[in-house]
Design a protein around this ligand. Structure first.
Ligand code: GAP
Length: 472
């Protein structure tokens, strides 16, 4: 019987679990930590790698019409001028004058939106300010004590070279996407891809968020898996909508494949007022987290905004010439944009399960199982000798050596076998291989299944093939 599945695991429990099992822990902890920075431990690192590898396999390696890119985090400042990030990548900050708690105005105040901020004294500014005026600080309860909303660019600034000056100022990229536009001509020339085709990238992005938090939900340093799919200028609305629906469907299939609880996935159409400046249509793929329904991924029709902007600012043509018709045009773009850490969070929240399990003495206990899809599990096979006696150890090490050439394998000889099974359940290991004294005679071992807890006896010489079959 599953216990925690319906109501879902709480964030408190998940954070403690992730820390205790070495998935995720607070960054710089020995120095008292650094606000909202999280480091991935051994299992978290492997799980995140498996997520990224699978995304790359599905969206790049298995697609003839998508190629990869690995661009710099620091790009020319002109890129951010052209893309509009220098001017417009802003959050609006308000601060309580009583307790100095800081908030993102659009998140904190119902009805507040950045679009309503206008030039000083304009109707729009007054409207926004009135909303702020009447608002109560949720930290100290003070009413009407907020500072005037101020725009705050969320790009991280640094300097290139030893001299700090305006000329040497550069920015850490706030999205990976711009490199796919800036490098578009080179990719077309070298890959010989024809429109429609996509450029994909996985990499770090940085945003100096005013209110990071909710564990790894909103970070200042995170990774994105982005794909810019270039299409010919659509002649009708259906032309781009067809592509848009295709990518929405691909995102849903991806979420199913990585074991995300689909009942908690909610695609939400974003209104014109709330869309990014470049977007003609945006659907946010939201997820019901324990702290509420919030964005997991975004899908946007960016039109030809970005390529046009880079053409204008760089003076270089970003036009694509159709080799068959000779027609020249600036391609339009559909962009599925996926956050890696939010994926990790949704995967963990979906996989974490508590259920009743029988004990060796016929009683019932609660076991925690991380029901990860096998392809994401950080450890695929655990090799568990029943005892550390030399003859059993020798055989077990031989089996380990063979298996670890094909699967990420863990060897564990401490504690009772029951406790070792529970530990592997908790970290999501699909199969345990147990070597007992009988193995020395019958040249067989036991494979135990994480989800069903069923055990089967398998000849050692067939073990590798049997496991390979199970992972197919
Ligand atoms: N290129 C489009 C773009 O960056 P976005 O909606 O700002 O669009 C895309 O970000 C995705 O990146 C989000 O849906 C989310 O998964 C992830 N993301 C954005 N900001 C984040 C943050 N501060 N922390 C963690 N993930 C974030």
């Amino acid at each position: 019987m599953q216990k925690d599945k319906e109501k879902g695991v709480t964030m408190e429990k998940l954070v403690a679990f992730a820390k205790n099992r070495g998935f995720i822990f607070a960054g710089s902890e020995i120095y008292g930590g650094l606000a909202n920075s999280w480091d991935l431990g051994p299992l978290g690192t492997q799980l995140k790698k498996n997520i990224k590898d699978l995304w790359w396999k599905i969206f790049v390696e298995e697609c003839q019409d998508v190629v990869g890119l690995d661009a710099n985090i620091i790009m020319s400042t002109k890129v951010w001028e052209a893309s509009g990030h220098l001017e417009g990548f802003n959050d609006v900050l308000i601060e309580c004058r009583e307790c100095h708690a800081r908030y993102r105005a659009d998140e904190e105040i119902p009805g507040f939106a950045m679009r309503k901020t206008g030039p000083e004294g304009s109707e729009a500014t007054t409207f926004t300010y009135e909303l702020v005026e009447g608002h109560k600080c949720k930290n100290c309860g003070a009413k009407g004590k907020f500072t005037t909303p101020t725009k705050f660019n969320t790009m991280f600034k640094t300097n290139l070279g030893p001299v700090e000056s305006e000329e040497s100022t550069v920015y850490l990229r706030p999205e990976t996407a711009q490199a796919m536009f800036v490098d578009f001509n080179e990719v077309v020339r070298t890959s010989r891809k024809r429109i429609p085709f996509g450029i994909a990238q996985i990499g770090k992005a940085f945003r100096n968020e005013i209110t990071p938090g909710n564990f790894i939900f909103r970070l200042r340093e995170f990774e994105q898996m982005e794909l810019e799919y270039f299409i010919a200028p659509p002649k009708t609305k259906e032309d781009w909508e067809k592509q848009f629906e295709y990518w929405l469907d691909q995102i849903m299939k991806w979420l199913e494949r990585i074991g995300v609880d689909m009942e908690r996935v909610k695609p939400v159409e974003i209104s014109k007022e709330d869309r990014a400046h470049y977007s003609e249509r945006t659907v946010d793929i939201e997820f019901v987290y324990p702290f509420g329904q919030k964005e997991l991924y975004g899908l946007a029709y960016r039109t030809n905004y970005d390529l046009e902007a880079h053409q204008k600012h760089s003076g270089k043509s970003m036009a694509y010439k159709d080799p068959e018709t000779g027609e020249e045009f600036i391609p339009h773009v559909i962009e599925p944009s996926l956050g890696v850490e939010r994926t990790l969070l949704a995967v963990l929240l979906s996989a974490y399960t508590e259920e009743d399990a029988p004990t060796a003495d016929g009683k019932t206990e609660t076991r925690v199982v991380l029901k990860l899809p096998k392809e994401l599990a950080p450890i695929k096979v655990a090799v568990l000798p029943l005892s550390n006696k030399p003859e059993l150890r020798k055989l077990s090490k031989k089996i380990l050596e063979k298996l670890q050439q094909h699967f990420v394998t863990e060897y564990d000889v401490t504690q009772s076998i029951g406790r070792r099974y529970r530990r592997q359940d908790e970290i999501g290991t699909p199969y345990c291989v147990t070597i007992d004294f009988e193995s020395l005679d019958d040249k067989s071992v036991t494979i135990r299944d994480r989800d069903t807890m069923k055990q089967e006896r398998v000849k050692i010489e067939e073990l590798e093939d049997v496991l390979k079959e199970k992972f197919k």
